[in-house]
Design a binder for this molecule. Structure first.
Ligand SMILES: NC(=O)c1ccc[n+]([C@@H]2O[C@H](COP(=O)([O-])OP(=O)(O)OC[C@H]3O[C@@H](n4cnc5c(N)ncnc54)[C@H](OP(=O)(O)O)[C@@H]3O)[C@@H](O)[C@H]2O)c1
Length: 223
């Protein structure tokens, strides 16, 4: 892939000490208000925010910016079959300030596309496989003026970005508790690498501790 045609990607997440980003019942409430303020500040500094369909289905987030002045940004949703509910917050809430782009595949029917477009949603097709071709999507986003994005999960989408070595930085909040549960999802799920040597490597660039929370910034390790 042409690295010049890829948005700068910051993976942003909050997890427990044991690496969970939601409880076994899907409770995602990990950040405290101070953390949200910092994450929303980061949102003001990028052109877009990317999340997967699972996050929309489970949490129905608005993906907006509170606490800070800003000019809005793109909400980018990865959804292979255009299955997110038409009444989702990313479709109904403030499209003028936060235009929504749904990235899908070539397999989608014209009727489905028309339905979403009639709500003011832009549809971007990438690949004709069973899931969205994320590598192929990068230059399309870049050419749409999206030069920097926050990747805000969930764990399945995080894996695709990690697998393809697309993450440039990570901002990770670690909450001071352990929630456990084999069905509670962790920061990155998906297939995973077989060996540690194959893993994607990062370097710590900043560590901050406050109220017993730890916030760590990483950048992609130099090869
Ligand atoms: N604590 C945090 O910071 C944080 C942040 C965000 C989310 N979360 C949690 O994460 C959970 C959701 O994570 P999740 O893993 O279930 O879902 P997800 O990663 O949000 O979405 C995954 C879905 O995206 C679609 N997709 C399409 N193309 C894809 C591709 N190339 N690679 C990966 N996914 C692709 C797939 O569904 P289709 O094939 O049907 O399109 C896939 O199942 C929620 O519980 C949420 O609370 C936590």
């Amino acid at each position: 892939m042409n690295e010049d045609k890829k948005p700068f990607i910051i993976l942003s997440a909050a997890m427990t000490i044991d690496g969970k980003i939601a409880s076994k019942d899907g409770d995602p409430d990990i950040s405290d208000e101070t953390d949200w303020k910092e994450v929303h500040k980061l949102r003001t500094e990028v052109d877009g925010i990317i999340v997967g369909k699972g996050t929309i289905m489970k949490d129905n987030p608005k993906l907006h910016i509170k606490y800070h002045d800003h000019n809005g940004y793109y909400r980018i949703i990865i959804d292979s079959n255009l299955n997110i509910p038409i009444k989702s917050n990313v479709i109904e809430f403030n499209l003028e300030l936060y235009p929504t782009i749904i990235c899908t595949t070539e397999n989608i029917s014209k009727e489905k596309i028309r339905l979403f477009e009639s709500k003011g949603i832009r549809i971007l097709k990438s690949g004709s496989g069973p899931t969205v071709d994320i590598v192929n999507l990068m230059p399309k986003l870049y050419d749409s003026g999206i030069k920097s994005v926050l990747l805000e999960g969930g764990s399945t989408l995080n894996w695709t970005f990690i697998k393809h070595d697309l993450v440039d930085e990570i901002r990770l909040t670690i909450a001071p508790w352990i929630v456990g549960g084999r069905n509670a999802i962790s920061l990155v799920e998906g297939e995973g690498f077989s060996k540690m040597i194959e893993s994607t490597k990062f370097t710590v660039i900043k560590v901050k501790e406050r109220n017993n929370y730890v916030v760590i910034h990483y950048e992609k390790a130099k090869r």
